[in-house]
Every structure is written in C-alpha cells, then in structure tokens.
Design a binder for this molecule. Structure first.
Ligand code: FE
Length: 206
C-alpha cells in the first residue's frame, strides 16, 4: 500500500488532469519549454524554502539597521543582501512582531504566499477554513496552532495579494543574547514567519 493511501491505479484527480492538459497545450503551442518548467518546480520544491526567510529574520534580530531597512523596503534589501528575487515582481513587506503587536498572514482569496523567502505554502494555508477563520477570529485559530497571544497584544491579520506578500519577523526569544546569526536561524520556523507560531525557544534546540 502506498503511504498516502492513494492507489496509483486511481485516475488522477480533476485538478491534476486540468494542469496536465494545460501544460501539454502550452508546450504544444511552443509557449512553455517543459525543461524550464521542471527547473522552476525543482527550485521551489528543493532549493527555495523557509531557510531563506530564516536568514532574513536572524539578521534582523542581530542587526537593528537591517531590521529598520527591511521594514522600509524588504524586497530591495533581501535582493541586495541575499539575492532573493520576487517571482513575478511582487513586493514583500516585513512585519515585525513586538510585545504589543502580533502579525499573522493569510490570503483570503486563494493562496498568495511569499515563495521567495518561504518556498511552497503548506496545505493548511490554502484551506478554506484557515482563510476565513483567521480573519474573523485570529486568536482562536492561533490557539489551535498552540500559540497563545497575550490579551494585551493586538493581532493584525494581513491579506496577501498578487502584488503584496508578507514576511513576519517573529520576536527574538529571550535567552539568546550573544547568539550568532547561524545559531539563531535554527529557531526560526516557517510557521513563525507566517505568524501562526512564535519562534522556537532556545532550550528546544540545545
Ligand atoms: Fe492568493
């Protein structure tokens, strides 16, 4: 039995068939080079992932000037410092979590996501319940992720679009004074950069 319970002899689902039909048509018309398409998929599946965003967060934690700069113009700075370029020219905005504000990101319409810094979106990010509920009741949704946001904090929910994507800069955990960027990176998870969780505590990686 395959691990995911999917029988390989089942016909592909409707979406898969439509994507395959579209790809065949584009290739046939000479609009898409199948090799180029494979490179794009390979890149986002294996090379670009949350490790990119973690580098940005760790640098922001140790370098206040860098933090100020990415809050001003994140897209330009991460391209300049790390060579991270937007896929279709969309802008990335950095949102700093503070003792007063907790930021969380959604795309209420579909699944807009900062691929450049986080790779491919998790399945739950694209689910209808997350997309609608996080807007109406962010505190409860965060609680389901195991994240308790203090009542004194304001929760800001940001709706991504094709023009604007968001990267949450979680709060730097206490007890990490003097840590190097490399070491700090290990505390920065994908979910903390979407804003549904906090960064890991130092004792969890020691
Ligand atoms: Fe979207």
């Amino acid at each position: 039995m395959p691990h995911d319970g999917h029988d390989p002899s089942d016909p592909p689902d409707d979406l898969t068939l439509r994507v395959q039909a579209l790809e065949s048509l584009l290739v046939e018309k000479g609009l898409v080079d199948p090799a180029a398409l494979d490179v794009v998929i390979e890149t986002y599946e294996h090379k670009v992932g949350p490790q990119n965003g973690a580098k940005v967060v760790a640098r922001a934690w140790v370098n206040p000037e860098f933090m100020a700069a990415i809050k001003e113009d994140c897209s330009a700075i991460i391209d300049q410092e790390f060579g991270y370029k937007g896929r279709q020219g969309e802008h990335i905005m950095a949102l700093e979590n503070t003792p007063d504000i907790h930021n969380v990101v959604v795309c209420t319409l579909c699944s807009c996501y900062p691929w450049t810094v986080l790779g491919l979106p998790p399945v739950w990010y694209k689910s209808a319940p997350y997309r609608s509920r996080v807007v109406q009741d962010p505190r409860s949704v965060l609680a389901e992720f195991g994240t308790t946001v203090a009542d004194v904090k304001e929760i800001r929910v940001w709706d991504s679009t094709s023009e604007m994507r968001y990267l949450v800069i979680p709060e730097r955990p206490a007890g990490t004074e003097g840590w190097s960027e490399d070491k700090l990176r290990a505390l920065v998870t994908r979910n903390s950069m979407i804003g549904v969780e906090e960064a890991k505590l130092p004792e969890t990686i020691l």
